[in-house]
Write a protein that binds this ligand. Structure first.
Ligand code: PGA
Length: 250
């Protein structure tokens, strides 16, 4: 049985004070509960302080991106080793905003996955189709390729450190959530691809989160879908009132 994993992707939101207030509430809320894995992904500059604040709790802290290179002349970039150095244990890679706003290719995402795993970071690898691709019946082709290329050269042992996030681009930040049927089909398809790339047993152990307009009023229905093992949450992760209700487990 895969344990649900709920992650909050803050994107470029919150500031020191609001971020700390949020994680304090999160820490209190989750104090004696262990039914769900939880992680938060603050902006780079707050990772260290948030990681320190959450030390000793079961709430993991990650970054929203990292460089594909280990060090050197890459102005503005942050390496996987630097993230580990400040207490991050996770990193989000291939988020649709990185792919579509900043033009990250599957090859770059794949290099980042290797760079992150090399330094011991757990990875959430995001895949998802645009509305146009869905309407053109390209969903499986697109997410299958993103998954296959993103995981190129990854060993079976490394797969155990990877969570997949299925995030249809048309559902991110739009309030338009995928139906249970759409999520179920995409997740089952992705698990099938993982089975082909690795083994069925490994595919079975890999968690696949759904992301895109997850809110307190739709989370139960989504998590009830077979093959949906948690959620990657943007907007609703920014406030305790909307994030805490998502952590109730199945
Ligand atoms: P959203 O974002 O929950 O605000 O739609 C999800 C994400 O981008 O990870």
């Amino acid at each position: 049985m895969r344990k649900p994993f709920i992650a909050g992707n803050w994107k470029m939101n919150l500031e020191r004070k609001t971020a700390l207030a949020l994680v304090h509430q999160l820490r209190d809320h989750l104090a004696n509960r262990d039914t769900v894995d939880v992680a938060v992904f603050p902006p780079f500059v707050y990772v260290e302080e948030i990681a320190r604040t959450l030390k000793g709790t079961k709430i993991a802290v990650g970054a929203q991106n990292c460089c594909d290179e280990p060090h050197g002349a890459f102005t503005g970039e942050i390496s996987a080793a630097q993230l580990v150095d400040v207490g991050a244990t996770h990193v989000l890679l291939g988020h649709s905003e990185r792919r579509h706003v900043y033009g990250e290719s599957d090859a770059l995402v794949n290099r980042k996955v290797h760079a992150a795993l090399d330094k011991g970071l757990a990875v959430i690898l995001c895949v998802g189709e645009t509305l146009e691709q869905r309407q053109g019946k390209q969903t499986e082709k697109v997410i299958g390729a993103q998954l296959t290329l993103g995981l190129q050269g990854i060993s079976a042992r490394d797969l155990l450190k990877i969570t997949i996030a299925y995030e249809p681009v048309w559902a991110i930040g739009t309030g338009k959530v995928a139906t249970s049927k759409q999520a179920g089909e995409a997740h089952a398809y992705l698990r099938g691809v993982l089975g082909g790339l690795f083994t069925e047993s490994l595919a079975d152990q890999t968690r696949i989160q759904y992301g895109g307009s997850v809110k307190p009023d739709n989370v139960k229905e989504l998590l009830a879908v077979r093959d949906v093992d948690g959620a990657l949450v943007g907007g609703a992760s920014l406030k305790a009132e909307t994030f805490l209700p998502l952590l109730g487990g199945r």
